[in-house]
Design a protein around this ligand. Sequence first.
Ligand code: PMP
Length: 357
Amino acid sequence: MGSFEDQIRKVTPYTPGEQPKTQNVVKLNTNENPYPPAPGVTEALKNTEADTLRLYPDPTASKLVGAIADYYGVKPSRVFVGVGSDDVIAMSFLTFFNSEKPILFPDISYSFYEVWAEAFRVPYHRVPLTESFEIDPADYAADCGGIIFPNPNAPTGVALPAEQVEQIVRENQDTVVIVDEAYIDFGGESVLPLTEKYENLLVVQTFSKSRQMAGMRIGFAIGSEKLIKYLSDMKYSFNSYTMNRPSIEAGAAAVADDAYFKETCAKIIGTREWAKTEFRKRGFSFADSKANFIFVRHGSAAARDLFAKLRERNIFVRYFDQPRIDNYLRVTVGTREQMEALFSALDEILAEDERKE
Ligand code: PMP
C-alpha cells in the first residue's frame, strides 16, 4: 500500500526577504518604499466602515480597475487586478503558460518564476544574462511556450530599452510575453503603450514599490481585451473576491494623487543616484540600476560577510546564495538618512577589515 503522501503535490516555496520583528532596524532588504502611502490612502482607510465588511466586496473591483484604466488611458476591459503582482503573475502562469514547450525567463531574475513554473508543472528554461547582466533579445527568439522577465530586471536593476522589449514581443507573437514592470516607475521605460499594438503582450505592475503599499497587496495587469478576458475567467474559476473592500478603496485613493506619486518617485531616484556615487567611493561596483535598489559587489570584501556584519548592526540588506550572484548584495534605496546609516556602517566594517589585513 502506498502512502497518502505519494499523492500530494510537493513544492519548494519561494523564500521572501526577512521581516524583522524588532523596531529600530534600517530595512533595506525587500524593496519597500520608505515613504508613507499618499495622504488620501489614510483617509480612505479611515472612511471604510467596519460594518461594510459584512458584505462581499465588488468581485470586479470596478472602482480600482476604473481608477487604473483612467490613469493609464485604457479601457477598463484591458485591466486586471490582483492581490499584489505575485497573485497577478501566478494567475498568468496558470492561464497563459499551458504548452509542452518550455517558457523562457532569465537565469538571474525574480526567483518566484521558477517556483510558479514548478508548482504549476510548466516546463521552463532559464536563459543566461550576458556577462554584464543584460538581457539579449536575440536569446529569446526561440520556439517556446511563453516568456516572462522583469523590466528593470531584479535583482540586477538593469533596464531593457523599450525597442528591445518590443523586439522580444514582436518575434514571439505566437505566445504570450509577460513584462513584469514592478520597478518601472523608478526610471525605466514602460511598454504599456505597446499593449495597443500587440495582443500577446501583458504588462504587470504593482502598488508595492512606487505607490508605497506593499502591505495592502495590490497588483495589476494591462493587456489586450482577449488576454484580460482569459485571465479573468481563470480568476473567477479560483476565487471571485480576491480584492477586499479596504484594498479597493485605498488603491483608488493612491492612484488619485499623482503629484505625491511623482514626488516620491523623484525622491527615490535622487537618493539612488547619490547612493551610487557613495558606493563607488567605497570600492563597490554595480550595473546601472533604474530600480529602487542597487545590486553591488565590493572589490575585496565578501558579500556574505558584509551582509552578516550589517545585520549585526541592525541594517538589513538582501543576500542571495546563488550561482553568479553570491558575491553581491541587493540594497533597497531608503531615505537619505537610512542610506547614510548604511554608509557609516560600511565605513566601520571596511575599516575593521583593513586593520585585520
Ligand atoms: N515582480 C518582481 C520582479 C518583484 O521583485 C516583486 C516583489 N517581490 C514582485 C513581482 C511582487 O510584488 P507584489 O506581489 O508585492 O506586487
